[in-house]
Design a protein. Structure first.
Length: 335
C-alpha cells in the first residue's frame, strides 16, 4: 500500500503517533533485578550517544514537521544526562510547544526538581516498586528508598503534577506491595500506575509465570478498596484507570501483556544513539543519527521517520508463539 501524502506519523492501521519517547542515556544508577544484572551493562560509548544539538534537532523535526505534541524523556536514567536542564529549556522553546514529561527512578530528584520545573518540565513519572526499605534494596541492589521518597515530594512541591508512580510487581519478590503502594500514593496525592512486567530485561530471563497480571493486581486491590471504572474515556492512554473508594484518588494498570492496547498506540521512540523504533518490542530500527551526521536535510530525516512508522506492525505479538524478545534491553530502548 503506498503511503498517502500526510506529514504526520501515520501507519497502515490508521494510527497516528503524536507521543515521542526519547531516551537520553542507557546508563542507570540502580540495578533492578528485573532489568539488568548486578554488575550493570556495557554502556554505549560516548561517541554513539546523540549530542545535545542532535537530540534537540530530532525533537524539533518531530514537533515542527511530524505532528508530535507530547515528548517524554526517559533512559536508562535521564537524570544522569549532563546538561539535562538546558535540553529541557531548548525543547520547551520549540513552536508549537510540546508537553514535556520525564520518567525517572528519582535518585537525585529532590535537589533538582525545582530547576527542572523552572526549565519547563511539565510532569514527572517516578519508578517505585515498594515502600518497604528492605524490599527496595532487594529489588534495586541499592539502599536509596529515602532518596526516591524525597524526590517525589520535591516534584510535587515544584508543581509537576500530577506526579505519577510506576510500579512493577513480581511474584515472590514484591507481590504483597500492591496495597501498601496504593495507600502511600493516595496519602501523598500521587497517581499510581501498576505495569505488568514485560520481556525487556537485559538477561532475557523474563518468565511469564513470575509476572503479576492485571487481573491479580485488581483482585489484591479489590480486597482492600472499592474500585469503579474511571468515568473518562481512556483514549490512547496505556493505563486502564479505576476510582478508589469513589475518588478523587484513582489507580491505573498498564496491562501490556495480558490486555494489549496496541490498536490505540500513539507512540514513537528515539533511542539515545539516534534510532527510531515504531514499537517498544520492535527488532527493526531506523538510524537517524547516521543520516544527521552525514548532512541529511530536515526533510530527509522526517521522511525516514515517516517511513519507519508507516511500517509499524498491528501489535507487539507477545502472546504469539513466534514472539522474539527485542535484542536491546529496556535501559537501551527507553521507556
Amino acid at each position: 500500500m503506498p503511503r498517502p501524502e500526510n506529514p504526520q506519523l501515520i501507519d497502515t492501521f490508521g494510527r497516528v503517533a503524536t507521543d515521542l519517547r526519547v531516551s537520553l542515556t542507557d546508563r542507570c544508577n540502580l540495578r533492578c533485578t528485573y532489568c539488568m544484572p548486578a554488575e550493570g551493562l556495557d554502556w554505549m560509548p560516548g561517541e554513539q550517544v546523540l549530542s545535545d544539538d542532535e537530540l534537540v534537532r530530532l525533537m524539533r523535526i518531530a514537533v515542527e514537521q511530524l505532528g508530535v505534541t507530547d515528548i517524554r524523556l526517559t533512559g536508562g536514567e535521564p537524570l544522569l544526562r549532563p546538561g539535562l536542564e538546558d535540553i529541557i529549556a531548548r525543547v520547551t522553546a520549540l513552536s508549537p510547544r510540546p508537553r514535556l514529561s520525564m520518567t525517572t527512578n528519582g535518585i537525585g530528584l529532590a535537589k533538582r526538581a525545582a530547576g527542572l520545573a523552572a526549565a519547563g518540565l511539565n510532569r514527572i513519572n517516578v519508578s517505585l516498586d515498594t515502600v518497604d526499605p528492605e524490599t527496595f534494596v532487594t529489588i534495586t541492589r541499592r539502599d536509596r528508598l529515602s532518596h526516591v521518597v524525597a524526590g517525589l515530594a520535591a516534584a510535587r512541591d515544584a508543581g509537576m503534577t500530577p506526579v505519577k508512580v510506576n510500579a512493577v510487581l513480581i511474584r515472590g519478590l514484591n507481590e504483597t506491595e500492591a496495597v501498601p503502594l496504593l495507600k502511600f500514593c493516595l496519602a501523598e496525592g500521587y497517581h499510581l500506575r501498576f505495569i505488568e512486567q514485560m520481556p525487556l530485561d537485559a538477561q532475557h530471563g523474563w518468565n511469564r509465570g513470575e509476572m503479576i497480571t492485571a487481573a491479580e493486581i485488581l483482585e489484591m486491590l479489590g480486597a482492600e478498596f472499592t474500585l469503579t471504572p474511571f468515568p473518562v474515556a481512556r483514549g490512547g492512554a496505556p493505563a486502564e484507570r479505576w476510582l478508589v473508594d469513589g475518588g478523587p484518588g484513582d489507580v491505573g494498570v498498564i496491562a501490556s501483556v495480558t490486555r494489549p492496547f496496541c490498536a490505540a498506540c500513539e507512540r514513537t521512540r528515539l533511542t539515545a544513539d539516534g534510532a527510531v523504533r515504531s514499537c517498544l518490542f520492535s527488532n527493526d530500527e531506523t538510524d537517524l543519527r547516521s543520516l544527521a551526521r552525514a548532512g541529511a536535510r530536515d526533510e530527509e530525516i522526517a521522511d525516514a521517520w515517516r517511513a519507519t512508522m508507516w511500517g509499524k506492525l498491528a501489535g507487539h505479538e507477545i502472546n504469539d508463539a513466534g514472539f522474539a524478545q527485542p535484542i536491546r534491553p529496556m535501559s537501551a530502548i527507553g521507556g
